[in-house]
Design a protein around this ligand. Sequence first.
Ligand code: NAP
Length: 291
Amino acid sequence: MQKRVMESGQEHRVQLGVLGDPIAQSRSPLMHQAALDAAGIPGEYIAIHVTREHLGDVMRDIRVQGFRGVNVTIPHKVEVMNYLDELDEAARRIGAVNTVVNEQGRLKGYNTDGVGYVRSLKEEAIAQLSGLKIMMLGAGGAARGVLDALVAEQPDTVYIVNRTVDKAASLAAEWNGAVKVEGYGLEDAERLVREVDVLINTTSVGMYPAIDELPFPAEWIPEGIVVSDLIYNPLETRLLLESKRRGCKTHGGLGMFIYQGAIAYEHWLGQTPSIPHMREALLQSLGNQTE
Ligand code: NAP
């Protein structure tokens, strides 16, 4: 990329951004700008406010205005697929796109949320997931990407436990195959969690401002397992605090946010960004947050 930047003789600035509604709260611009700056790549990563009715127009602009790519966030991750030329296999299975790469006017969609989560889990908490039993709480949008990436690691079993049991069951049916994936309601959680090596919360329970809430009672958490939470506001949820008290190894959601961005950056620029610079930029901003 740097070669491409230099060879025109003129400075070529890389154009990147994130589309969403609302978007002002997004921390992607500061994280990606920190990575571009650390690598010495001239360019901008900007927040673009897009309402549903303008998504098609904005995607046409992205295609022709020299953008190398964009991230896509709430509420456009599904709708944006209508405006792409190609879909990565995992994005097709998950049914949502959070990263678009512009290959000279041809737009390809990826989903880096789940693989970002698993890369973070393996880097920060547990290097090997193969052969393990995992419980995933929640069956919403984030759970789909996480489940797809978990199954690729060939665990022994994934139990999906959700308040609405039908959603857990249909998610399990979609991914059950080489890896055993089963769906349950919360009434089965206490019994099943005793079997697992890793517990992952993909629900929004415990997120700011309801930071005292737990997705299930702390007494059910077995001692010494790995407990992970997708939430990063707060950085340490009550579930993680209670798990730590029970001798568990804990893993928060900030790493997922960083690595989904890092993998998107790799798709756009063909090089690995500086994870420490991205993390530092985020921690500074979270330290200053008012919400
Ligand atoms: P979503 O599609 O709205 O799904 C929410 C899930 O939480 C559903 O399974 C829902 O159960 C469950 N839930 C909500 N309130 C509940 C309650 N009071 N009791 C029990 N279950 C409850 O949301 P999402 O997009 O998947 O996001 C889920 C969480 O992941 C959020 O906290 C989000 O911030 C986090 N996340 C983090 C990252 C990151 O980069 N770290 C990325 C994406 C998402 P029902 O099906 O029964 O409604």
